[in-house]
Design a protein around this ligand. Structure first.
Ligand code: SAM
Length: 259
């Protein structure tokens, strides 16, 4: 699990893929991964998932169910990268919708800004550099908080959850889409084979970088199981915390409310 533990020396460790690292060491390594792959990130998502990431993201937007009217609705999409979730939400929502994409990586955000302009969504979707562990937004300022395939990259998940809770308005929705644990006999072996034997070489062919994709598949295995993550959400204060698995457990959508 990507949960911190205390070392003999009294410091805290977390995981960077299969390696144990100090929490201060993980973030620069993660940042390096996304700086290297930013320009090819969206193409790689389609290739790695055979387009399935689009279906999973649509499931998240259906759960979010932003108002179709012109009622004001503000979404914070953290670790939002190149903007996929914010764009999908904006396209599903009415005229009162505004999204803020927050990501720690300026290269991912730059790709996102270009995509927003070409989709004519730049008036409804803005991009802000920031860390999920310490958000620069006031308390109780958003109607919804989404994070897709992002939270496993954050060194201190408990801090990110506490920040999510803090910035949500009472009645606000938290949704987290993340890779999970394949629970279908047969599919688990094929999935492991594909993850470790196909994805890193594919990453090398498309982005020139196999190591980044080796980290990504390892980090999936280290992420807490859905029930453990739901417990972390409850510990952060979320009510009605629940999860649902999709595609044989490849991904899970976690939901909670600030009530
Ligand atoms: C796999 S990408 C997901 C991007 C997007 N949400 C999507 O679904 O396509 C993970 C993103 O998490 C961002 N990230 C990693 N650590 C972060 C942190 N501490 N705070 C905010 N964003 C972070 C990375 O920069 C990267 O853009």
């Amino acid at each position: 699990m990507s949960v911190e533990r205390t070392t003999a020396a009294g410091g805290m460790e977390t995981s960077y893929g299969f390696k144990s690292v100090g929490p201060g060491d993980k973030q620069p390594l993660v940042n390096d991964v996304f700086h290297k792959v930013a320009n090819r990130y969206d193409l790689m998502n389609d290739l790695m998932s055979a387009g399935l990431h689009r279906v999973w993201k649509d499931i998240m937007i259906t759960a979010l169910n932003p108002p179709k009217s012109d009622a004001r609705f503000s979404l914070l999409d953290v670790a939002g990268g190149t903007g996929d979730i914010a764009f999908r939400a904006a396209e599903a929502a009415g005229l009162g919708f505004q999204a803020t994409v927050c990501d720690i990586n300026s290269d991912m955000l730059e790709v996102g800004r270009g995509r927003a302009a070409s989709r004519h969504l730049d008036d409804r979707v803005s991009f802000v550099e920031g860390n999920a562990e310490a958000l620069a937004f006031p308390d109780r300022s958003f109607d919804a908080y989404t994070i897709a395939f992002g939270i496993r990259n954050v060194p201190r998940i408990d801090l990110a959850l506490a920040e999510a809770y803090r910035v949500l308005k009472p009645g606000g929705r938290f949704l987290c889409l993340e890779f999970s644990t394949v629970d279908m006999p047969g599919l688990d072996r094929i999935y492991d084979l594909f993850s470790f034997k196909v994805i890193p070489p594919l990453g090398r062919a498309v982005t020139g970088d196999a190591e980044s994709y080796q980290y990504l598949v390892e980090s999936i295995r280290k992420f807490p199981k859905p029930n453990a993550f739901v417990e972390m959400m409850r510990a952060a204060g979320f009510s009605r915390a629940s999860w649902q698995g999709f595609s044989g457990g490849i991904v899970a959508l976690h939901s909670g409310w600030r009530l």
